[in-house]
Design a protein around this ligand. Sequence first.
Ligand SMILES: [Zn+2]
Ligand SMILES: [Zn+2]
Length: 385
Amino acid sequence: MEEIRTPIFEQTELFVRSVGEESDIVQKEMYTFEDKGGRSITLRPEGTAPIVRAFLENSFVNRGFQQRYYYIGPMFRYEKPQSGRLRQFHQVGFEIFGSESPGADLETILAVDNFLKRLGLTKYTIHLNSIGCPECRKNYREALREYYGKHLNDLCDDCKRRYETNILRLLDCKIDHELALNAPKSTDYLCEPCREHYEKLKDYLNEFEIKYVEDHTLVRGLDYYTRTVFEVRHEGLGAQNAIAGGGRYDGLFSDLGGGTVPALGFAGGIERIVLALKAEGIEVPRKNVHYIYVATIGEDAFKEGMKLAMELRKKGLNVDVDIMNRNLSGQLKHADRLGAKYVVIVGDEELEKGVVVLRNLETGDQVEIDKEFAIEYIFEKASKE
Ligand SMILES: [Zn+2]
Ligand SMILES: [Zn+2]
């Protein structure tokens, strides 16, 4: 799997064509403006369409299939800020290109589940649905039209419009949720290949003991989804309780002018995942596992400490040296605040003896190490953490 980084902004047209004219994102939530050349530009509201655009532009198709990419970065949506909803937020996502197999759907859901489990989260539920392909969706749309046609006057204004333009979206309206609960289910209208795909995925999930609930009101807000859609909801969050979501988008490549490339992926909202961690009382993990602070006392010691730090950095460790001229206890306090597990202490006395001191901040244990072996010794200790 490779990381992919796409620009923060794209031509507006990309999102209109992929996410969909009628989606909330395009209708209400995009930061769209004109650049000096009069082109319409949009700050990316999601990560998938830019990746597909980059794929097509750079002929990644020549790399052969299957392909897997991940991304982490800021996304932008103009919404009323509230808990778990920021105008600049961050997503971590994963995409698989080239496979039509339910095995790819399994892998995507396993990836989300594994990711959340490794963070220590438990109080979440995976909602699952299949919204079929353009073929079977024709019949399903008809069924929805008939059902909602009887309730037209009860619908909210947005849904009255969506009834004409994008009837699937009525199912995930928060205001008209009651009606959605009794609406026809997409899974009852799947064509044979779509039904087999969905059944196979559920078999896999059961076999891998991944708990999920089938939720026929789940359609996800983006037009490009086909067949599998899923959303992970956390019980510790308020109204904005989806911490990750995704699905299959077999038609997106051809919508954007590419050939037929079956594809799917997920995105997780980092700020919401952090809220979920807090709700479960899990300490947000720090990245400073190999973090070492070099405390020095005096000018000679500073130079010696800096040399030591440079050697340790060459070995790939994350090392900080005091450049604030604090006294030793000030430096130790600061190292603790930064989350360093080890502090290397270099003072005049130690220099004279030809040693440095390595202190474990968690246990308070410390050892004197001969300067000659210090680099190897510290590296051995720290990289094992
Ligand atoms: Zn179908
Ligand atoms: Zn509505």
